[in-house]
Design a protein around this ligand. Structure first.
Ligand code: HEC
Length: 155
């Protein structure tokens, strides 16, 4: 009998805690203005990037519901901030864009923990290959086989 009441109280307390936590957690979740438009080599590259990378490497992050609830929120906000710091397609200085192709080829990116919560960000081997090539064409950098850049005689 009274057990039901305790369960009810526990649920209410939990809900209140989550709501209070939101107030504190929301501080780190920002989407600063987009200051840069990328000239993508193809719509496919852009599509793959927004699926697998954009949440952490652009200012157009789709913040998930659990990014409001500590301790998940701390991890998510931290990863997004660190990701943007290194490489941000929305910033005038994009950072380490020319490492993007390599990071994808080597399986370093997208981060494993991200693909657990975002199944749509999991890339098939073919998609991984396509994204790496597209990133290389868009931002430069190494993937093994190079683009069609001829040797400029700039002397
Ligand atoms: C969950 C967030 C997250 C996602 C999704 C993500 N990254 Fe990252 N990325 C990071 C963080 C954090 C760092 C910095 C720490 C590190 O290097 O591991 C980083 C670093 C980088 C760097 C800097 C160079 C390097 O290797 O450290 C590049 C380039 C990069 N990511 C590209 C990508 C690409 C391309 C994708 C999509 C295929 C992607 N990232 C997806 C969080 C993310």
């Amino acid at each position: 009998m009274t057990r039901k009441i305790w369960i009810l109280i526990a649920v209410i307390v939990l809900v209140l805690l989550v709501l209070v936590a939101q107030v504190f957690a929301s501080t780190g979740r920002t989407n600063p203005p987009v200051e840069n438009q990328v000239a993508w080599d193809s719509p496919q590259t852009q599509e793959l990037f927004s699926r697998a990378c954009a949440d952490c490497h652009s200012n157009e992050t789709k913040w998930p519901w659990y990014s409001k609830i500590p301790p998940a929120s701390w991890l998510v906000v931290h990863d997004v901030n660190e990701g943007r710091e290194k490489f941000n397609i929305s910033a005038q200085d994009m950072g380490e864009a020319d490492d993007a192709a390599e990071a994808v080829l080597e399986g370093e990116m997208p981060m494993k923990i991200y693909t657990v919560m975002h199944p749509e960000a999991r890339l098939t081997p073919a998609e991984r290959q396509a994204l790496a090539q597209g990133l290389q064409k868009t931002f430069g950098g190494e993937t093994g086989e190079g683009g069609e850049h001829g040797k400029d005689d700039d002397d």
